[in-house]
Design a protein around this ligand. Structure first.
Ligand code: HEC
Ligand code: HEC
Length: 280
């Protein structure tokens, strides 16, 4: 008696679907549902990919995520996520290539993948000073589906050694907002900045240090040290946003994370110095 392929092919189908999703990291991301037949040994009957509730939901999310991505993201990030959409050529700061699995804005240590909340923050808030738009109008559920799709574009997401928990971002210290109380900290911050940061960012933080102009990022583009005296920053403008960038760094750029090297107080001193740069 031939076994019922509907029962026996469920698991292989899920496995095939997952491996297709990972294979798509090297070619163009193909629609898994189009391979609606599985070979289950006896008889190659077409097996509907929507057999289990779980399977149906995963497939729906993938397709919906891909659809939303195509609607909102391909002009810049490209059909297959390589950062080469039709608008990319004209942009000085290039759209991210999602195939490399490198993300600048994260709460996780330098070199690690972002957590979902990091990507949500970036997509909802945009990236100041670049063409990356604000997608605050998209429902959270849609953003999560787009993220699922982004995660099918690079193998990095399958590598457990690249996953990490967020670093804790401490509360702003009491002295921070008082000009009188923070005078000493600003001076300590200035000295440390000259020592550790000025080579790239320049003594006055304008992004004009001696190394500026010679830096290249992981995607082969020029990496411009941020102008820290500017009113807005890519990672957000609050003191805790700056803390996050300094502690975790920006992956794929020469801006490494300083969490291991500097204490919490030392990082706040740097931020108190950076905050008064724009005031002159
Ligand atoms: C008009 C062009 C444009 C569009 C449209 C666009 N992006 Fe971007 N995006 C950019 C640019 C430019 C960057 C790189 C900024 C940088 O490196 O500082 C970027 C970077 C990103 C990053 C990487 C952030 C990091 O931490 O490195 C993510 C994630 C992202 N975009 C998601 C999206 C999603 C999702 C959509 C669609 C919903 C989208 N983008 C649409 C231009 C665009
Ligand atoms: C080797 C060069 C280099 C050194 C040293 C360096 N940075 Fe950076 N930094 C960069 C570059 C390049 C960027 C911009 C990366 C990007 O946006 O692609 C950056 C970005 C930043 C940002 C993010 C700004 C934003 O728009 O969100 C902050 C904050 C920052 N640096 C602070 C510091 C501090 C504080 C130090 C010293 C402790 C430091 N950097 C040392 C190269 C450097």
């Amino acid at each position: 008696m031939a076994s019922n392929p509907r029962i026996f092919s469920k698991r292989p189908f899920i496995a095939a679907w997952l491996s297709l999703a990972s294979l798509s990291a090297c070619g163009s991301p193909e629609l898994p549902a189009q391979t609606g037949t599985t070979k289950s040994g006896d008889g190659d009957k077409a097996v509907s990919p929507v057999e289990t509730e779980e399977n149906r939901r995963a497939l729906h999310q993938y397709l919906q995520g891909r659809y939303l991505y195509q609607q909102h993201c391909t002009e810049c990030h490209g059909e297959t996520g390589r950062g080469n959409g039709p608008w990319a050529a004209e942009l000085e700061i290039k759209p991210r290539n999602f195939r490399t699995g490198l993300f600048k804005l994260r709460t996780t240590p330098y070199g690690m993948l972002p957590v979902e909340e990091d990507l949500i923050r970036t997509i909802k808030g945009g990236i100041s000073g670049t063409s990356m738009p604000v997608f605050g109008h998209l429902p959270d559920a849609d953003i999560r589906m787009i993220i699922k799709y982004l995660q099918s574009l690079s193998r990095s997401w399958k590598d457990p050694s690249l996953a990490a928990a967020p670093l804790p971002i401490p509360e702003v210290p009491g002295w921070f907002s008082s000009k009188e109380q923070s005078r000493q900290q600003v001076e300590k911050g200035r000295a440390r900045f000259a020592e550790l940061c000025a080579a790239c960012h320049g003594e006055s933080g304008k992004g004009d240090g001696p190394a500026a102009g010679q830096l290249i990022d992981a995607w082969g583009n020029s990496a411009f040290p941020a102008d820290l005296s500017a009113a807005h920053h890519k990672s957000g403008d609050s003191p805790r946003d700056l803390y996050r960038s300094i502690a975790t760094g920006l992956n794929g750029t020469p801006m490494v994370g300083f969490a291991g090297q500097l204490s919490e107080t030392e990082i706040w001193e740097l931020i108190s110095f950076i905050r008064q740069l724009g005031e002159r």
